[in-house]
Design a protein around this ligand. Structure first.
Ligand code: RUQ
Ligand code: CUA
Ligand code: CA
Length: 640
């Protein structure tokens, strides 16, 4: 381990390419996340030469009452939510429920949230689970504009939009004809109209090919399996178009000028099993010429599949042999790449090697030259392909020309200089492009740095999502927390400043300056068409067996101390919180009816349930709101 700095550019044989046979062995061992250095490395945190564990610099953890200087938006993983963190402290401030019910908010229980999540004809939720991976926010002028964030659900091919004024999910779209929907990335400008320098589209990559159209009869016909790249409209959240490709999509990146979107591809083989998916020496990064795709859609050059009306353009190699008219081009990258990340100077996309110990630097200007017919081979857009270490997955940037790539198998973060790597690749082997290495605990996946995915990367803080925490926290049984590590990257050497346990499994996140958001503290009654604006509107109305109960809350009372319905009624409670005071949230629960949700200041929510038992049922406020919070009650009387 003490040789970590020297070994950087020299690439001793141990880290020579995981060629053929070696790769198969590694897939069995390494990808199952046994550190190839074995237990000793895992048992010796912080002690290694590559581990610069420092006393936390001043300001890492805010003093009581002090605010963080950055927001972090974290994917929630299995919990199907988006988590909001304060950075650099790493304090979790909020969870925004999206795809999965949330007991605090009543998400998945209120009629409003169910309408967003999607229900079956019987009113139950269409999908009870989710697997969120990637979260990114909307842009203007190359920076976050505080409008929206998006997050994916890999299991059910859903994309959710979060409004960043209220920190709520307001729309969910299911993408047709895809499975394993993984990477997302918003565009940062329009490819044609220079006035549109903000996000209007979100690109979505599907990992798993399926027969198109999807019929079991084609299960054995590999040639019918395809994966689609999808464009969702940022405002309407409707699917604008899809592109049929060769191979699959994994992560997605977009250029700052809006002209290019790309997805890395690890299964160019179209394999169904990992051995097949690793059989080719190189896979690809597929680039889409966004303006040409949209022109093809306008010109009616598309198909549709199944029930979907979404236009699907043909972005396969076969249909795109002439670069001057091609809508897509495939840049070859080494075996089974993973993350593709755009550098903040707007010049490069970097593909991390995963099964190759390399990063591939692709120059976007050259990709555009290829599309213009001025570059003979699209692979000539590769300006560096340099060794970093074992299992490179994702890359972040500091805005000073350095990239930070996670090495899953080496349990390291490697800081390297992009220009240095390009010079090295061009032939100057004296260039030491690796600047520093830091041991991580353990098996890092996603990485991001403050403002890294904007033109304003500021090189202050970096967080790494370690997939394994092993010995870093008190044991809590077989399920371990994951370890989000916070690293100070302001100097030449990286300094590990904090470990934070997080519930599995967050995957991706972004970090940005707090002044880019202006969250609202209070809703407006007018945001809700069903608001009960005056306590005098409270009461019970009946339409056959359907009963509506309108109510308001104002600490420490609900407007109706009691209300009466009949056994068998379908009851809808509409509750508006008329309190206007910041932080004054009420809850509403009904004993033995499975009802509980909160209403924030000036918010309206409704729930519908069947009153299936006669009797008296206390309703009470579940959110501590007032000295008389415990006294804040109502009663539901259900007549036989
Ligand atoms: S992937 S560890 Cu789901 Cu974001 Cu790379
Ligand atoms: Cu209202 Cu507690
Ligand atoms: Ca492959």
């Amino acid at each position: 381990m003490s040789d970590s700095h020297e070994r950087a550019s020299e690439a001793p044989s141990r880290r020579k390419f995981l060629n053929t046979a070696a790769a198969a062995g590694l897939a069995g061992v390494g990808l199952a996340a046994c550190n190839d250095k074995g237990a000793p490395a895992a048992a010796a945190p912080a002690a290694s030469a590559a581990g610069h564990v420092g006393a936390a610099p001043a300001g890492v953890h805010p003093k009581p009452g002090e605010l963080d200087t950055y927001y972090g938006l974290w994917s929630g993983g299995h919990t199907g939510d988006m988590r909001v963190l304060g950075l650099p402290s790493g304090r979790e401030l909020h969870r925004i429920p999206c795809f999965v019910p949330d007991a605090l908010v009543g998400w998945g229980q209120t009629n409003e949230s169910k309408a967003i999540m999607g229900t079956k004809p019987d009113g139950s939720l269409k999908f009870p689970c989710a697997d969120t991976h990637h979260t990114h926010a909307s842009y203007k002028d190359g920076n976050y504009d505080g409008r929206y964030a998006w997050i994916n659900d890999k299991i059910n091919a859903r994309i959710a939009r979060i409004r960043l004024d209220y920190f709520i999910c307001d729309k969910i779209t299911q993408i047709p004809n895809v499975q394993g929907f993984h990477g997302i990335f918003p565009d940062k400008a329009d490819p044609v109209d220079p006035k549109i320098n903000y996000t209007t589209r979100v690109f979505c990559g599907a990992e798993f090919g399926i027969p198109l159209p999807n019929t079991a009869a084609d299960a054995a016909k590999a040639e019918t399996y395809h994966s689609l790249f999808t464009c969702v409209d940022a405002e309407t959240m409707e699917v604008r178009w899809q592109a049929l490709i060769d191979g699959n999509c994994d992560l997605v990146a977009t250029s700052y000028d809006g002209k290019l979107a790309a997805a890395n591809q690890y299964n160019i083989e179209g394999g169904a099993h990992y051995a097949e998916m690793m059989s080719a020496e190189r896979d690809a990064c597929v680039f889409f010429h966004v303006a040409r795709v949209e022109q093809a859609v306008k010109d009616g050059k598309f198909k549709t599949y199944g029930d979907s009306k979404v236009p699907v353009v043909d972005a396969t190699r076969k249909a795109n042999t002439d670069p001057k008219t091609a809508i897509a081009g495939y840049v070859s990258v080494p075996k089974n790449p993973h993350g593709v990340n755009a550098s903040p100077d707007g010049k490069y996309f970097i593909c991390a090697g995963k099964l190759s110990p390399t990063a591939t630097v692709i120059e976007l200007a050259k990709v555009l030259e290829w599309f213009d017919g001025k570059l003979e081979k699209i692979d000539s857009a590769i300006v560096a392909e340099v060794e970093l270490g074992l299992g490179p997955l994702h890359t972040a940037f500091d805005g000073r020309g350095n990239a930070y790539t996670t090495l899953f198998l080496d349990s390291q973060l490697v800081k390297w200089n992009v220009d240095g790597a390009i010079k090295f690749h061009a032939g100057d082997k004296s260039v030491k492009y690796v600047v520093d290495r830091l041991d991580l605990q353990y098996q890092p996946g996603h990485v991001n740095a403050s403002q890294s995915e904007t033109r304003f990367a500021d090189g202050k803080w970096l967080a790494v999502g370690c997939k394994f925490s092993k010995d870093r926290f008190l044991p809590v049984g077989p399920l371990h927390a994951e370890n989000e590590q916070i690293i100070d990257i302001s100097g030449e050497k990286m300094v590990l400043v904090a470990d934070h346990p997080v519930r599995g499994e967050p995957h991706d996140f972004i970090i940005f300056k707090r002044d880019l958001l202006r969250p609202k503290q209070i809703y407006s009654l007018d945001d809700f068409p069903n608001a009960v604006k005056d306590p005098k509107e409270s009461g019970v109305t009946r339409n056959g067996k359907k009963v509506t109960v309108k109510m308001t809350s104002q600490a420490p009372a609900f407007s109706l101390p009691e209300f009466t319905v009949k056994k068998g009624d379908e009851v809808t409670i509409i509750l508006t919180n008329l309190d206007k005071v910041e932080d004054l949230t009420h809850g509403f629960a009904i004993a033995n009816h499975g009802v509980n949700f909160i209403v924030n200041p000036q918010e309206t929510k409704s729930v519908t349930f069947t009153a299936d038992k006669a009797g008296v049922f206390w309703c009470y406020c579940t959110h501590f709101c007032h000295a008389l919070h415990l006294e804040m009650r109502s009663r539901m009387i259900v007549e036989a």
